[in-house]
Design a protein around this ligand. Structure first.
Ligand SMILES: [Zn+2]
Length: 80
């Protein structure tokens, strides 16, 4: 599948490089996105009540990233 098609489907795959531009300016930048593993988000996902939430991980493994990040707060990085 081409990059263009993936972007048009608006998919964020687990481990995808994303740019965070949400409500915490000090955290803006590049992160690795994974599905939020906390019990609340997983439970919401299972019953289909909420939009998917993501946990963001530092690509260099140095900083703890934000959790429960909304899809609208991240954009798939064109560099990935
Ligand atoms: Zn969560």
């Amino acid at each position: 599948m081409s990059d263009t098609l993936i972007r048009s489907l608006d998919l964020i795959e687990p481990g995808a490089l994303v740019v965070y531009h949400g409500s915490i300016p000090s955290l803006h930048g590049l992160w690795l996105a994974i599905p939020c593993p906390c019990r609340v988000c997983v439970a919401m996902d299972v019953i289909g009540l909420a939009e998917s939430r993501f946990a963001l991980a530092d690509p260099w493994g140095e900083l703890p990233g934000p959790m429960h990040v909304r899809r609208v707060s991240i954009t798939r990085s064109v560099a990935s």
